[in-house]
Design a protein around this ligand. Structure first.
Ligand code: PLP
Length: 236
């Protein structure tokens, strides 16, 4: 019998094509240029082989949510990979995050910002960061409260080794992507308000995951963080 098992790799390539198409269509609906949207492959719990496969297919930027995993994987993959730290960051892991991450998405407190400043200083690096905002006010989520955002942004601005590029959020979990839309619109509005109070551009909006990246793009996302839809379900 002629039997062709459907490999992980086939699944990945098929999904990558579908997701790129969905990104392009969402961008077109919003009158946006697809080139301004980064597809960040979220590689937590994804094997090195699969990440290599993703790299070979042209993905250049990957996100990890744990510093230990980032630190373990980064040296084993092409040095030209741009790694993003997307998960909650504890101050005592700031040194490794600064060493390995081109962009830290999850800055949500002044003490964490101060620690990143210290570690980036030691490594002579200007660390690009986003501030994570808890847009829906969920007790289970990290991120600064919207009403504390401006104070944190002002604080970050005073830190010479930090460069603020924009905001990040996670919408509450739902099976209906449309439920996420108002949270994404809120993050965009917060960003617009912050731009006028700070007086400079904050071009990056990191919002949208496997289940809700389409409305996120329609609401202005410039980075969509996609794991499951690309690489399949993760082991718990
Ligand atoms: C895991 C993770 C993602 C990707 O989630 P999927 O639903 O698998 O696409 C995005 N952002 C953060 C912060 C994550 O931890």
């Amino acid at each position: 019998m002629d039997y062709h098992p459907r490999t992980m790799s086939d699944h990945f390539h098929q999904q990558l094509g579908i997701i790129r198409e969905q990104i392009a269509q969402a961008a077109a609906r919003a009158g946006r240029n697809t080139d301004e949207i980064l597809l960040l492959g979220v590689t937590k719990k994804v094997s090195l082989e699969m990440i290599q496969e993703a790299w070979a297919s042209g993905l250049r930027e990957f996100g990890e949510n744990k510093v230990q995993e980032l630190k373990a994987k980064a040296p084993l993959l092409p040095s030209a990979v741009s790694w993003h730290m997307i998960g909650h960051l504890q101050s005592n892991k700031a040194r490794d995050a600064v060493q390995f991450a081109s962009l830290i998405h999850s800055v949500d407190s002044a003490p964490l910002a101060a620690e990143i400043q210290k570690q980036a200083g030691k490594q002579s690096k200007i660390q690009k960061i986003l501030i994570e905002v808890n847009v829906a006010g969920e007790a289970s989520k990290f991120g600064v409260k919207p009403d504390a955002l401006e104070a944190l942004a002002v604080e970050v601005n005073s830190l010479t080794h930090l460069e603020l590029h924009g905001l990040m959020c996670m919408a509450p979990h739902s099976d209906d992507p449309e439920k996420a839309r108002p949270h994404f619109a809120r993050l965009r509005n917060l960003r617009d308000g912050l731009e006028s109070s700070l007086g400079y551009k904050l071009p990056v909006l990191s919002m949208g995951m496997s289940g809700d990246f389409v409305p996120a793009i329609e609401e202005g996302a410039t980075i969509v963080r996609i794991g499951t839809a690309l690489f399949g379900r993760r082991a718990k």
